[in-house]
Design a protein around this ligand. Structure first.
Ligand code: FAD
Length: 467
């Protein structure tokens, strides 16, 4: 009797190593048909843009090649997942569908529909925890409630046993050669997107594994607690996009980080960042309404009054605040911004320019190669002072003193804002005289920080008076 045929539906798990659902799909000698289903929107999407889609395309091309070396073939279909999976199950005679769970509201809805289709069709389905160490329902208070604050969440998260990585898949049962159709490996043209102009990391599982090795070998985790707030040079792991697309597994990253050489406290600081990622995923799971508005009900409906012109200057990195402009240009140039600078630019947009955090959230999702709905929403609401365990609204960072503290030599600023290359570092830490700019061709600061800070405090106070 021939082996059963099953489908593996690739989603945000574009790897062969330690892929939970793929491991189970392949177990017991099943013949596995791997498929990736392309979304059908065209030209523009509020959650993504050319930068991240380019990384996705490269990662899919790499996955397709890796599957070929196992004698398999990655199929590309496009449309609604439940329709395409049903069609493919009929074409192949598949008796089961395997996938790894996705936790954001859109992913959950799609899974729901796929499950209904399977139930209707009598196809068995098997879905797995894969992209997190602990799912939202596994880290709860003693009373079984979701945490709304990070520190007790992280204590609980850290105390739970952690799954070890699974071995790499060395062979994959493939169905007898068939005439199954596939779209080509996608390029940006498929979504009718403009070319990616950012210098993004190399996509694909092999490149991600090399990055992970480099992070461990070069001592980035060993020095993490000391250096992670310095935006110049590589002081953090830069593995966000690899976690986002599942090019490396969270179990492997955790295990490798834990056994890295270096002070235990630094390793622990790094691991706590992985818990932040899951904290925000849990917030989005329990409170999907954070996509629509403020997590903190006290601040719902606040009147953000920033102008479109101010927002555009921020997007282009032309605010006249060197650290802000460096961050925004780093985003456009590389699809990345250092975490400390993400905080600075997001606070500046909301507290100095009074623009709605949702504008910034969307701009980040268009350009970040590691753009992740849960972390991005969490980060933006943190900075706006409206989120779960957010920065209190009255604690407003001053971009000039932040520069003094985190980029005292101006190394980061000068890398991204060439107009400021010859300006002495000291002058990058304080505003120039009113109306003056720091260098020819560079704009004067578009606002006065102290004035806007007061306006922002008044805006929050007015709103609090109303609720
Ligand atoms: C306004 C704002 C928007 C953000 N948007 C995103 C986003 O879209 N996607 C994203 O992955 N992170 C986001 N972050 C969190 C953080 O800035 C990035 O995860 C980090 O900069 C990625 O670089 P890294 O891989 O070198 O991080 P490292 O410092 O090396 O940390 C390792 C990993 O831990 C996780 N992590 C670290 N810090 C955080 C954090 N504060 N919240 C959640 N996870 C964290 C990430 O997966 C990261 O790759 C945002 C933060 C802010 C303030």
């Amino acid at each position: 009797m021939s082996s059963p045929i099953v489908l593996h539906w690739f989603r945000r798990d574009l790897r062969l190593t330690d892929n939970t659902a793929l491991h189970h799909a392949a177990a017991g000698g099943n013949n596995v048909v791997p498929v990736y289903i392309l979304s059908t929107w065209k030209k523009k999407h509020s959650w993504t843009g050319s930068t991240r889609q380019q990384f996705l395309c490269g990662s899919l091309a790499s996955l397709a090649k890796n599957l070929e070396t196992l004698g398999s073939r990655l199929l590309f279909r496009a449309g609604a997942a439940e329709v395409e999976l049903e069609r493919l199950a009929v074409e192949t005679g598949a008796t089961a569908i395997y996938w790894n769970r996705d936790y954001d509201p859109h992913g959950r809805q799609v899974e729901e529909r796929v499950q209904q289709m399977c139930a209707r069709r009598g196809i068995s389905f098997h879905h797995f925890k894969d992209s997190v160490m602990h799912e939202a329902g596994e880290v709860l208070t003693g009373g079984g409630q979701p945490y709304r604050v990070y520190t007790p969440y992280s204590r609980n998260w850290l105390s739970q046993p952690k799954a070890a990585p699974l071995p790499v898949i060395k062979s994959l049962g493939v169905p007898p050669r068939s005439t199954l159709t596939s779209l080509p490996v996608p390029t940006l043209d498929y979504w009718e997107l403009p070319p990616c102009t950012a210098d993004i990391p190399e996509p694909g599982e092999r490149a991600a594994r090399d990055r992970l090795k480099n992070v461990i070998d070069s001592g980035i985790i060993a020095r993490y607690s000391e250096k992670r707030d310095t935006p110049a040079g590589q002081t953090t792991s830069r593995l966000g996009q690899d976690l986002r697309f599942g090019l490396i597994s969270i179990r492997e990253l955790y295990a490798r980080a834990l056994s890295a050489s270096g002070p235990a406290a630094s390793i622990q600081t790094y691991i706590k960042e992985l818990a932040w990622r899951e904290f925000y995923m849990a917030i989005l799971w329990h409170y999907p309404e954070v996509f629509e508005g403020e997590f903190n009900p006290d601040f719902r409906g606040i009147a953000w009054t920033g102008s479109d012109e101010a927002f555009q200057r921020w997007c282009q990195g032309k605010t006249g605040f060197p650290i802000v402009d460096a961050g925004m240009r780093e985003l456009l140039g590389s699809g990345f911004i250092h975490n400390r600078v993400r905080m600075i630019v997001s606070m500046f947009l909301t507290k100095d320019l009074h623009c709605h955090w949702k504008l910034g959230e969307s701009h980040f999702m268009q350009h970040l190669v590691d753009g992740e709905n849960a972390s991005n929403n969490g980060g933006w609401q943190w900075s706006a002072g409206t989120g779960a365990d957010a920065a209190p609204y009255f604690r407003i960072q001053n971009p000039w003193t932040q520069t003094k503290r985190y980029d005292p030599e101006g190394t980061y600023i000068k890398k991204w804002v060439p107009e400021l290359r010859d300006v002495p570092p000291q002058r990058l830490m304080e505003p120039p005289a009113p109306g003056l700019s720091l260098a020819p061709g560079y704009p004067a600061p578009m606002v006065d920080h102290a004035t806007e800070r007061d306006r922002c405090l008044a805006m929050f106070a007015r709103h609090r008076g109303k609720v």
